[in-house]
Design a protein around this ligand. Sequence first.
Ligand SMILES: Cc1cc2nc3c(=O)[nH]c(=O)nc-3n(C[C@H](O)[C@H](O)[C@H](O)COP(=O)(O)OP(=O)(O)OC[C@H]3O[C@@H](n4cnc5c(N)ncnc54)[C@H](O)[C@@H]3O)c2cc1C
Length: 411
Amino acid sequence: MDITVPPEVEDLARRTRDFIGDVVIPVEEEVGGSVHAAPDELRRSLQKQASQAGLLAPHVPKEWGGCGLDVRGQAVVFEEAGYSLLGPLALNCAAPDEGNMHLLEVVASEEQKEKYLRPLALGEMRSCFAMTEPAPGAGSDPSMLSTTATRVDGGWRIDGRKWFISGARGAGFAICMARTSGAPGERGGATMFLVDAGDPGLRIARDLETLDEGLFGGHSEVIFDGCVVGPECVLGEVDRGFQYAQVRLAPARLTHCMRWLGLARRAHGIAVDWAATRRSFGGLLGDLGMVQQLVADSEIDMAASRALIRHTAAVLDGGASGGTESSIAKTFVAEAVNRVVDRAVQICGALGVSGDVLLSRYLREVRPFRIYDGPSEVHRWAIGRRAIGQRRRAIEGGEQPRWQRGKEGPS
Ligand SMILES: Cc1cc2nc3c(=O)[nH]c(=O)nc-3n(C[C@H](O)[C@H](O)[C@H](O)COP(=O)(O)OP(=O)(O)OC[C@H]3O[C@@H](n4cnc5c(N)ncnc54)[C@H](O)[C@@H]3O)c2cc1C
C-alpha cells in the first residue's frame, strides 16, 4: 500500500491548516461551536472564503467544481479541516453533503449531476440523506425499512416517517430511501429518490434536541406524506437502494473518522499545553507520571487511528469496497477519539468542563459518532461474523482446522 503523501496534497493540507487557524477558528469561538440553528449566511460566508482560497470541496472531481483528491488525499486534508468543528462546513466536506456528493458522483445520471451535484459541490445548496426511521422502522437493521414508494400515474408516491435526518432544515433536496418491494423485516428492494425541498408531500415535523450541536441545520424528523415524484427522481435503478447505500456508507464512515481525528488532535493539543504549563505540587502537571500516561495513551490512539484511516483509504483507492477495513477503522477511531477528548477534559480539570475552552463541546460532538454510520456493536458483529465465516467456508472446503496440532495449513 502506498501511503506517501504527494507534494500537491501536502500543499493543500498546509493551506487548509492556515485557513482553519486564520478564518474558521475565530468564527467557531464566536458561536461556541454550536451551529444547529445558525443562519445560512454563516455557511455561505465561510464557503465563499474557502472558495477564494481554492479549498472548496476537496473530495469532488475537478469537473464538478472540487479539488479532485483521492481518498488518501482526503485523509490528510479532512484531518486538517476537522481541526475546527466548523472546518468541514467551511470547506464543504461536512456530513451529510460530502457523502451525498460521492453517492451522486457514482450513481446519478448526467442530468441529475447537473441539477444536484454541481450546485451542492459549489455550496449553492445543501442536502440531506433520509434513511433512519423511528421504531419499528429502519435503524441499525436497514431491512426494517418501512417508508414505501408505490408506482402511481406519472411516477412514484412516497409515504413514511424518517428521523435524525441531519441537515434537513434548509436543505435544497433529500435523498430518500423507500421500500419498493418486500416487507419490513425482509431484505427486499429499496430505491433512492431525489426529492426537492418545497415539495408539498415533504415536511419537517420537528427539530430534535440532541447532545451535539455542531452539525449545520441540526437533526430533524421528516414526514413524506403522499409525496409524488416523477421517474426522473429515481437515483440509479429501482430496487438497488440497499447496494447504493453501501456505495455511500464505506467512504462516508471513513471521512467521519478523518474529520473527528482532526478534532481529537485539537483537544489533545489544548491538554498537552495545559500539562506543560500548569504548576501543581511543586512542579508541572506534565511532570506527573499519571498525566504523562494520559498524554501517551492519546498519542497512541491518534497514531493508530491515522494509520487505520490511511490504510483503509489506500484500499478504497485501489478499487475494493473496503467493507471490513472501514468497519475496523470506524469502530476503532470512533472509540479512540472519544477517549482522546475525554482524557483532554480530565487533564484540564475544571477548565476542561468550562466554556473557556471548547473541550466539553467537543466531547458532546464526538459521542454520537459511536452510534451513527453503524454503532460499534454492529460493526464488531459484522467483523466477527466475516472472520469466522471465512474460516468456516475454508474448512468446509477441505482445509484442516488450525486448532488441530501439527496440521496448520497456510494462514
Ligand atoms: C447525530 C446523529 C446523526 C444522524 N444522522 C442521520 C442522517 O442524516 N440520516 C439518517 O438516515 N440517519 C441518521 N442517523 C441515524 C443513525 O444512522 C442511526 O442512529 C443508527 O443507524 C442506529 O440506528 P438506531 O438509532 O435506530 O439504533 P437501534 O437500531 O435501535 O440500535 C440501538 C443499539 O442497539 C445495539 N445494537 C443494534 N444492533 C446490534 C447488533 N447487531 N449487535 C449488537 N448490538 C446491536 C447498539 O448498541 C445500538 O446502538 C443519525 C444519528 C445520530 C445519532
